[in-house]
Design a protein around this ligand. Sequence first.
Ligand code: FES
Length: 214
Amino acid sequence: MLTDNQRRLFLKGATTIPILGGAILAMHTILRYFKPTMAGGLNATMAPPDEAGSANQIVAELSELKNPWDFKDFIYVRTSVEYSSRKTQGAKIPGFVVRLPSDVPGVDPADQKTWFVVVQRICPHLGCTFNFITNPSELHGGYNYKPPEPVHPYFACPCHLSVYDPTRKQDNGTGVSLRGKVVSGPAPRPPRFMKFDIKDGQIVITDTEGGGVG
Ligand code: FES
């Protein structure tokens, strides 16, 4: 049986412990605020985001794209420097490379780079993955677009039926003229481009146009 004094002491202890616990937790949170989460602590070097960390990446052999309208889809892994303990973050960007016929305006037989259109396969409307449609009846039936003569393949998005013409160019909104003019649907601009070089018979992506959808 506890005396009054002992009961008072017990109750005092029982109320002090939670208060102390709360104070320790609060202190921990405050101290944690001052401690950086990035590896290397305060002495770590901060690199700017989107520094040229993306390695050049081979996405196609010229031998795979010998004929007009041959195409290949690929995934380009873009690496960005991030302010995190992992330091870098990879973004997988789907793309298309398409060989254009030699009679398309702007295609120069002496300049291999003009033979190809290389785009990010992400629709600038709301970010769906678009397709490369080689069958004109599929364009009409599936994408509500009746292409004019002479008929050729188009990029087309299944979400809201935007259709892009790889043979024609359109301003991307910043004064850069890009292949993939919007010919139908709500897309506000052509697909984002991928910068590329041709080396040793291979198409090599060197960079991508930045920005999100729209
Ligand atoms: S997301 Fe492609 S048309 Fe809307």
